[in-house]
Write a protein that binds this ligand. Structure first.
Ligand code: S6P
Ligand code: ZN
Length: 201
């Protein structure tokens, strides 16, 4: 049976797990380490050093069992750990949805930012517990932890939307979020520097 022919789920309740870290019942979970973020931080040398120095866990995504199939409405909790690489705050890879549809993020814990880019315009939304960030169709999105504690949010998105990570590697996100003297400095996007092997990542 093809995925699109899968019948819709039956109704069921989904609850936040302990400390908002998971959804219960749980679905798939993924972990992104520094080595998974090749080509995303502007300072490639700092990124290479961080990979060599323990390859830290940067973020996790814990989903409910609702599948990424047409007409379903999957959800996940992303936890981004605090840190900076080359002065740039730790962040998600960022992606476009190939089938452009809206998405919402609800801030749960910590302090973050939602960076949106439509290929020409960049927007930054401050995220905190209780704030809903709306992602309109066609805007690439990346989340950033700008605090000293884990930043955690719930995402709810259409199951048919898909995920395109190559678009962000090619086009960037319009801005970069760096730690500044008084908090967050949003600076114009520049591509990642070539790596120590001389080739761009
Ligand atoms: C899915 C939604 C989030 C992200 C998650 C990780 O559409 O936007 O669940 O997948 O925050 O970010 P990324 O860019 O690695 O998928
Ligand atoms: Zn998304």
């Amino acid at each position: 049976m093809s995925r699109s022919a899968t019948p819709p789920l039956e109704p069921f309740a989904i609850r936040f797990g302990e400390s908002n870290q998971t959804l219960e019942p749980p679905g798939p979970t993924l972990q992104r380490r520094m080595s998974d973020l090749a080509g995303l931080f502007a300072d490639t040398g700092a990124w290479e050093r961080a990979v060599a120095d323990g390859d830290p866990l940067v973020y996790t995504v814990s989903s409910s069992p609702v599948p990424e199939t047409p007409r379903e409405l999957p959800q996940s909790i992303t936890t981004i750990y605090p840190g900076q690489t080359g002065g740039e705050f730790w962040m998600t890879k960022g992606h476009q949805h190939p089938d452009p549809q809206g998405e919402i993020y609800l801030g749960l814990d910590g302090r973050g930012g939602l960076l949106l880019f439509d290929g020409e315009r960049a927007q930054w939304l401050d995220m905190a517990p209780g704030v809903i960030g709306y992602i309109p169709p066609g805007w690439a999105h990346r989340s950033v932890n700008v605090g000293d504690e884990p930043y955690r949010f719930l995402a709810v998105y259409p199951g048919s939307a898909g995920h395109d990570y190559g678009w962000v590697l090619e086009h960037g996100m319009g801005l970069r979020a760096r730690r500044g003297a008084s908090g967050v400095d949003l600076v114009p996007y520049r591509a990642a520097e070539p790596g120590s092997a001389g080739a761009p990542h």
